[in-house]
Design a protein around this ligand. Structure first.
Ligand SMILES: [Zn+2]
Length: 180
């Protein structure tokens, strides 16, 4: 029979083990230093610490750049998902090997996303994704102030364009908001 909730017990065991090992090491530093295997001991511990650091300091995930827009055989669009490190200027599609300029790809992606019918929360997430963050509360305020116009309806609720929020952001409305 499977125990109801084995997780806390296992966690407690790991914590106790770690504390025991740390205490043992602290108590025996001088003894280890005198031992001829001190070098091995150091390397083992160093490996463990490096592993822990790698787990904690995860590399920043690549940026998703949308589907590859290259036209391949039979006028079909490649469509392979493009990802690249955040500081890259170019990305090579793994499927069709086309090299794309990331600024161009982002502009193209924007032009596709600009007129999607979205909620303020969804627009907030899109803006954050593109590195042009606007708090969801600000988008809602623009909506109440009538700056942000309703562009359509989905599930009986008004929807807005990320492109409109982007224009408001880039015309200085955000600066005024953050200055308060
Ligand atoms: Zn491609």
């Amino acid at each position: 029979m499977v125990p109801n909730n084995p997780q806390p017990e296992r966690k407690a065991l790991i914590t106790e083990c770690t504390i025991d090992i740390a205490l043992w090491l602290a108590d025996n530093t001088a003894t280890i230093a005198r031992d001829e295997t001190a070098g091995d001991c150091y390397r083992d511990i160093k490996t463990i610490i490096d592993t822990i650091e790698r787990v904690i300091n995860r590399p920043i995930p690549d940026r998703f750049l949308g589907p590859c827009p290259a036209t391949i055989e039979n006028e079909h669009r490649c469509g392979h998902a493009l990802t690249a490190p955040r500081d890259a200027n170019e990305v090579t599609c793994r499927a069709c090997k086309t090299v794309h300029n990331i600024d161009e790809i982002t502009q193209r992606l924007w032009s596709e996303v600009n007129e999607w019918l979205l909620t303020p929360q969804e627009i907030h997430m899109v803006m954050e994704y593109f590195g042009e963050p606007v708090p969801a509360s600000t988008i809602r305020r623009w909506k109440h102030e009538g700056r942000l116009q309703v562009r359509g309806w989905r599930d009986g609720k008004p929807r807005y364009w990320a492109g409109d929020v982007r224009s408001l952001r880039n015309t200085g409305h955000l600066k005024r908001m953050t200055a308060v």
